[in-house]
Design a protein around this ligand. Sequence first.
Ligand code: C2E
Ligand code: MG
Ligand code: MG
Ligand code: MG
Length: 267
Amino acid sequence: MKRKKKEKLKLLDDQVVSMDLRNAIQKGQFKLYYQPKIDSSSRQLVGAEALIRWEHPVEGLILPGKFIPLAEETGFITEIGKWVLQEACQQIKDWQNKYHQAIHLSINLSAIEFYQSNIVDIIKDTIQKIGIEAHLLQIELTESMVLIDIEQVIVKMQALQKLGIKIGLDDFGTGYSSLSHLQALPINVLKLDRSFITNIEKEEITRNIVQTIITLAKLLNLEVIAEGVEKIEQVERLQKMGCTLIQGYYYGEPLSKIDFERVYLDR
Ligand code: C2E
Ligand code: MG
Ligand code: MG
Ligand code: MG
């Protein structure tokens, strides 16, 4: 009985959210937050990851885990994705104008977005219309989505790289990851998943795996960045292993545009 009621409520909830979702773009309720990527050896800001948030008038700040899956189910993710792309490119441009500084931004794409037949054109048209240098934009894709149709993905990745856009492999090491993908995929950046970082102090086996990934990535000329780094001990371990690019709460949480400017750009 109770469960049924809960399920019904949940369904209602999803319906309300999906209706709200449709209006969220035009109401200006989506915001990009920016999490710094820091080079731990120089302590310099090297760029940021753009992460979407929904400023809901009733619910407050909603994290992507709460609405991206629903947006994917309803297909609305493609509209959201276009907004994210547009907003991130415009932000690159604005920061360049305001601070005379080229800040690299990465954005995340869902499988549904990347498998759109015209995704390369959408990205190309956006960077050209806004007028940013392509190398300042990085696209983060997860390994699991890449595996759905690896041949199609390779073709699209190559087309994007030809434009100058950087490709990052997100959450690397989770799911069905295989080191052979590193060689097969035309990528520029490897993002070590947070689950490795969490265990890096505790487990020797994790350290060995992480060291192997870092070494291989370097041999393949890939940039390696660790995500979810929360402690100085983790930064030091990673530095010793040759990974100096760090993203995580230790250096900074995702911040609104205003806060990001205040902390990293205004001086
Ligand atoms: P992701 O791309 O792997 O992003 C990293 C997530 O880890 C972010 O969560 C970030 O806030 C969080 N994080 C960063 N540093 C730390 C840390 O030190 N400790 C811990 N515990 N967490 C940390 P967020 O912002 O909730 O995003 C979750 C996921 O939602 C992202 O994972 C990405 O897959 C997806 N996402 C975010 N923005 C977008 C978007 O614009 N479009 C699409 N399609 N997906 C998005
Ligand atoms: Mg990401
Ligand atoms: Mg990630
Ligand atoms: Mg993740």
